[in-house]
Design a binder for this molecule. Structure first.
Ligand code: ADP
Ligand code: MG
Length: 256
């Protein structure tokens, strides 16, 4: 059975998509069979991994709303061992459409993924920056959540809300959901602030926090516009090294 990890934080701009793309690419480089599921209407993960949006007929929108089999939307990426379930802007209206479904609206993604779980070692879900039904679908489908936390003022702000959402999902839809890990992102080691935030987050989440901290690295922000993972864009960059280290930690925590 593939391990399903939702990359979630309702704050925008904390590194969810960057982590989704590059963790997937790093795991694929370790010869793990990986599926990246894009649940964000902005479809930055889909584009960032080099899938041409104009080539897409069906996306995660169709899976959620029309219960189209997920196999039929999956595309092979240019990266060996890495497949993508792409998103499109259609997802922007999906919260309203889902909320009109009387029964099982929170479980649509989970149901859809049943048929592909066995085909992958890891399934990584890139979540939207909101705690709505898309996020609930992701948390209900997932075995665990990976929470990126940006090293800035108010890093912990909003995390109580996120943790409450996780608890609620556990109690109502998915009692097996666990916290995979907390990832510190965009650390600027030249500032004291970054170090202080790191300490604060470690005090709160203890050994759930990955040893690997993702530094602020301009290559990581440039790579998506080329439609490349950091490993194909600049494999010698600090960004590439740090996401490779993160993937090793994820694999060792999971023993697979
Ligand atoms: P989210 O998906 O949480 O909204 P993104 O991954 O899209 O966040 O990141 C927000 C912005 O910050 C993007 O422009 C991205 O390229 C940039 N970014 C993300 N991580 C880093 C990093 N470690 N160093 C520099 N820029 C980064
Ligand atoms: Mg994003």
């Amino acid at each position: 059975m593939g391990k399903v990890i939702a990359i979630t934080n309702q704050k925008g701009g904390v590194g969810k998509t960057t982590t989704s793309i590059n963790l997937c690419a790093a795991l694929a480089l370790m010869k793990k069979k990986v599926l990246l599921v894009d649940m964000d209407a902005q479809s930055n993960a889909t584009q960032g991994i080099g899938i041409d949006r104009s080539s897409l007929e069906k996306t995660t929108y169709d899976v959620l709303i029309d219960e189209v089999p997920i196999e039929s939307i999956i595309k092979h990426s240019e990266i060996p061992h890495l497949d993508v379930a792409p998103a499109s802007i259609d997802l922007a209206g999906v919260e309203v459409q889902l909320s009109a479904i009387p029964k099982g609206r929170e479980k649509r993604l989970r149901k859809a993924m049943d048929s592909v779980r066995n085909q992958y070692d890891y399934i990584i879900i890139d979540c939207p920056p909101a705690l709505g039904l898309l996020n609930t679908n992701a948390l209900t489908a997932a075995d665990s959540v990976l929470i990126p936390v940006q090293c800035e003022y108010y890093a912990l702000e909003g995390l109580t809300q996120l943790l409450n959402t996780i608890l609620l999902t556990q109690s109502v839809f998915n009692r097996n959901l666990t916290i995979e890990g907390v990832l510190l992102t965009m650390l600027d080691s030249r500032t004291n602030l970054g170090v202080e935030v790191t300490q604060e987050v470690r005090k709160y989440f203890k050994d759930k926090v990955y040893k690997t901290v993702i530094p602020r690295n301009v290559k990581l922000s440039e790579a998506p516009s080329a439609g490349l993972s950091i490993f194909d864009y600049d494999s010698r960059s600090e960004g590439a090294k740090s996401y490779a280290r993160l993937a090793k930690e994820v694999v060792s925590r999971n023993g697979r």
